[in-house]
Every structure is written in C-alpha cells, then in structure tokens.
Design a protein around this ligand. Structure first.
Ligand code: CUA
Length: 346
C-alpha cells in the first residue's frame, strides 16, 4: 500500500475515533451530528476506495517492467493515449455534484433542526466573562455561576452574550459551539437526555486564561431539579455555626462581598461569580479545579498562578487563620440534600 493510502486510512480512522470521543451522549444535537457524520463518512469511504483503487490499479498496471526503457529514454513505449472521454468527464462532474447536493440538503436540515426554537424550552441567560460563566434563570429568578444546573429531558434555550470580549459556549456532549458576543444575543439550544455532569469550555480564544475558562452543566432528573429549584428559590445562606465560620463571614464581607454575591446576605457583588451555594459546587475557578479545601486555599492565595489574567486578586495577606476561616464559611454555603458528585460524567 502506498503512503498516500496509509495517510488516508489513518485520517479516516482518526475521524471515526474523534466521533466516538467527542460524541458521547444521546443528546438530540449529537444524534443529528452523528447522523450527518455517517453520511459524510460513507461518501468519504466510497470516494477513497474509488480514488485510491484507481491509483493503485494504474500504478500496478502501467509499471515499468525490468528491461523496458524508462520515461524519456530511447525506445520508451507508452500505453495508448487518448484526449477526450465525454462519458468519463460527465460522470466525474455529475457524481460529485450529486454527492455535494445530498450533503447540502442533509446539513441544511440538521442545521434548521438544531437551531429552531423549541416550544417549552427553559430559558437560561448565559453571560461569558474573562474567564468565567454567569447563568441566570429568568423564569425562576435564580443565578448560578460556572455550573449550570438543568433538568434532564427538558430542552434548554441558552441566550448568550458576553460582558467583555468574544467567547464561545461549548459543551461537546450536548451541543455545538455558539459564540457569545458583547452587545449581541445568540442562542444555543440543547437538551441533556440523561442526568449527568457534562464538561464544557470556552471555544473562542479570549485571552490569557482562555484554556482555563471551563464550565459544567449538571443535569438532574426532572424531580430532583424541581426540588432543587424550589429549595434554591427559598434559600438563604445558613447562619454561621462555628466561631471559625463566623470569622469567615466577617472576612468575606470585608474582602469578597464587593464582587461576589451570596443569596440572603448583604453580599450582592456581580463582578465575580455567584457563591450562594459554593458548598454544592463540584469545581472552583470556573471548572478547572476540583472543589477541595486544598485547591480553595491555593486559589485564594495565588489566583494568578492558577489562572493567569484572572481578575480575582490574591488574598495571601489575610494569613492562614483567616483564610481557613473564609474557607470554612464558603464551604458552609450549601443547599442540604443535594450531592452532584455521584452523577455520571460526560
Ligand atoms: Cu472565553 Cu475563551
């Protein structure tokens, strides 16, 4: 087999693997995309077989045999030469045209299907910022940041915009990318068919920590989601229970409340992520670190090292005691009875 054929085979194999890696859930958008991919892959295999087959046949059939004169040498013999073949020319014009038309119609259909407004979809307002995500639920009057909590089995209409530069909202297992553009509204509609913890990220280069601008979509079964929405609507940050948590609250009000908000407290800042249910969060720093005590202290002490370009300032000056009091307080901000860590990951 020649190198060309090997390269093609590897490319096709890569495509097939990429398909299996990128598309891991049965979300409707994914079904559309994998349906399209099967057609494209089918045509690609047929075209590959015809082109590589014809090439291999020609190379073998018209090869120079030993003792024969090579190209340009005296006594060189050429296979029969001809200049025109209407049937051949027509077929290599018409067949690709038909293939392109079929792919065009299928792609247009899929595009219409995945961008059409869906009746009964739950609206979510997504604001992308350097380098985190803000989510508001206009119908429920709720806000979360970096982790979007949705009901599985219900379509979501994400209304995207940006607070600074162009970002792009992408959760590969649920949807395609949609840019979030300052001053504009774009839409990304998707549905999680099964409960899970879906990994997403920013897909448009937006600055130093573009690669650190990740997110989670946490899909809960319908009943759990309703319970969650109800509990979160009525949620007020719990009163501090220990002296350390009390100290943490003071530290928070003095240092963090200007940028961050916590439901039911005077902290109403909107420059940074909402921390109302920090204790339920799976991740820190917009999806890049697991929510553990160690990571939290690391993040509070040196955000610039964890996430270059982040607007979060360092709080190393607070000292170990106040930092751990602050961590105690943050971890106490929790809706009891919800644990998202056991969900299957996509
Ligand atoms: Cu935001 Cu890249």
């Amino acid at each position: 087999m020649n190198r060309f054929a090997i390269a093609w085979l590897l490319a096709l194999l890569g495509l097939a693997l990429a398909h299996n890696v990128a598309i891991v859930s049965d979300a409707p958008n994914n079904l559309e995309v994998s349906y399209l991919l099967r057609w494209v892959l089918g045509f690609a295999v047929v075209i590959f077989a015809v082109v590589a087959g014809a090439l291999a046949y020609t190379v073998w059939k018209f090869r120079a045999r030993s003792g024969e004169a090579g190209p340009g040498e005296e006594g060189e013999t050429l296979p029969p030469q001809f200049e025109e073949n209407a049937r051949l020319e027509l077929s290599w014009t018409v067949i690709p045209l038909v293939i392109v038309l079929i792919l065009f119609v299928l792609t247009a259909q899929a595009l219409v299907k995945i961008t059409r407004p869906i009746a009964g979809a739950m609206p979510v307002e997504v604001t992308a910022r350097q380098f985190w995500w803000d989510f508001r639920y206009p119908d429920l009057g709720l806000r979360t940041s970096n982790e979007l909590i949705i009901p599985a089995g219900r379509p979501i209409e994400a209304k995207l915009t940006s607070g600074d530069v162009i970002h792009s909202f992408w959760v590969p297992s649920l949807n395609g990318k949609t840019d979030a553009v300052p001053g504009q509204t774009t839409y990304n509609r998707f549905m999680a068919t099964e409960p899970g913890d879906y990994y997403g990220y920013c897909a448009e280069f937006c600055g130093a920590s573009h690669a650190n601008m990740r997110l989670r979509v946490i899909a809960l079964d319908q009943q759990t989601f309703e319970r969650f929405a109800e509990a979160y609507k009525n949620y007020r940050a719990p009163e501090p229970k220990t002296p350390s948590q009390r100290r943490g609250l003071e530290v928070f009000q003095a240092n963090c409340a200007a940028c961050h908000s916590v439901k039911g407290t005077p902290a109403k800042g909107v420059l940074g992520p909402d921390l109302s249910i920090f204790g339920n969060r799976l991740t820190l720093a917009s999806g890049i670190l697991e929510n553990t005590r160690e990571n939290l202290i690391r993040w509070l002490t040196d955000p610039g090292a964890v996430k270059p370009g982040a607007k979060m300032p360092s709080f190393a000056r607070l000292g170990q005691e106040d930092l751990s009091a602050l961590a105690d307080y943050l971890e106490s901000l929790k809706l009891e009875g919800f644990d998202f860590s056991k969900l299957p990951q996509f």
